[in-house]
Design a protein around this ligand. Structure first.
Ligand code: DON
Length: 303
């Protein structure tokens, strides 16, 4: 199939649409990004790759990092992790707090902020130098040592992350945070500030399409763990828009408020998009449209 042509057609059609959504501003540093950035990148399981637009410009991956922290935490704890975080879609925004009180400090899933904060807490208990060890893990997955945190973004979120502080304190009151709240939040903000290009993102997520092995065949997860993480991406990766993403695109995937999306077709390919304008649910407006056209044109969805 002419994947390069398909990506270029999608890019050409969507880049000129007037309605691009809104760049996230609740983390002030993210607001500085140019709303017209738009990149697409496709990495097939046989390593054939195609990119178009701004696919080599780094952006803040934000919540996409939650899949990577989950993968590492699951590797450390095995299935015990699911005693501290559930796997049900929440049907609510990523920063919604009321359910946490009702459900006694067990977050609905690892991708809402409360769930990801518990996962960060787990990593803090296992890593000796959490920020460095997590970065090394991500670099090893992608086989790319140029990947880094964006400290300005981390500091910007730290200065304004009041809802996350509320979530972490509530979790702590239920006994579901084991380390110091301040340290957990600091690590969580750094994790979310990871900066990657679409190309790096697809390479990092290759293992979810390849039963837990990265592009060089190194094992990071068991096939069963990779399967479960893909299932949680499908059901929870887009918060209160997870049903819509499954309906329109038909792939497990994860979004971030930096405007990135990565999606996986197990055993076939991994695709990433970046367009910083978000819809009202906090997911990239053009990214979702681009992926809908891609899976419809190619017929390559899991359904
Ligand atoms: O905790 C936050 O609010 C951000 N660091 C991440 C949120 C996010 O990316 C939501 N996804 N669309």
């Amino acid at each position: 199939m002419e994947y390069q042509n398909i990506l270029e057609e999608i890019h050409a059609t969507l880049k000129n649409v007037p309605e691009k959504g809104t760049v996230a501003s609740y983390i002030p540093e993210l607001e500085k990004v140019n709303i017209n950035r738009f990149g697409l990148y496709l990495l097939m399981l046989n390593k054939e790759e195609h990119g178009t637009g701004d696919f080599d410009i780094p952006f803040s991956i934000q919540s996409i990092s939650k899949v990577l922290s989950l993968a590492k935490a699951l590797h450390f704890t095995g299935a015990d992790l699911w005693k501290r975080v559930d796997v049900e879609p929440s049907g609510n925004p990523f920063n919604f707090l009321a359910l946490l009180e009702l459900e006694k400090g067990i977050p609905r899933n690892p991708f809402i902020n409360a769930g990801a904060i518990v996962v960060s807490d787990i990593l803090l208990s296992y890593f000796s130098d959490p920020k460095k060890d997590f970065l090394n893990y991500v670099r090893e997955l992608a086989e790319d040592d140029s990947i880094n945190y964006n400290e300005a973004v981390a500091r910007s979120e730290k200065a304004t992350g009041f809802r996350n502080a509320a979530a972490a304190n509530l979790l702590k009151s239920f006994g579901n945070i084991h380390n110091k709240v301040e340290n957990v939040l600091d690590f969580y903000f750094y994790q979310c500030s990871l900066s990657m290009t679409c190309r790096q993102l697809a390479r990092t997520f290759y293992m979810f399409a390849n039963s837990g092995k990265n592009a060089s065949g190194k094992v990071f997860l068991t096939p069963s763990q990779a399967k479960r993480i893909n299932a949680v991406m499908l059901t929870c990766g887009f918060y209160d828009e997870a049903g819509e993403f499954a309906f329109e695109v038909g792939l497990p995937g994860k979004s971030g408020v930096g405007g990135g999306i990565v999606a996986v077709h197990p055993e076939k390919y991994c695709i990433s998009t970046w367009s910083p304008g978000l819809n009202e649910k906090g997911n990239s407006l053009l990214g979702m449209q681009a992926l809908e056209v891609f899976t419809t044109r190619t017929g390559l969805s899991i359904f």
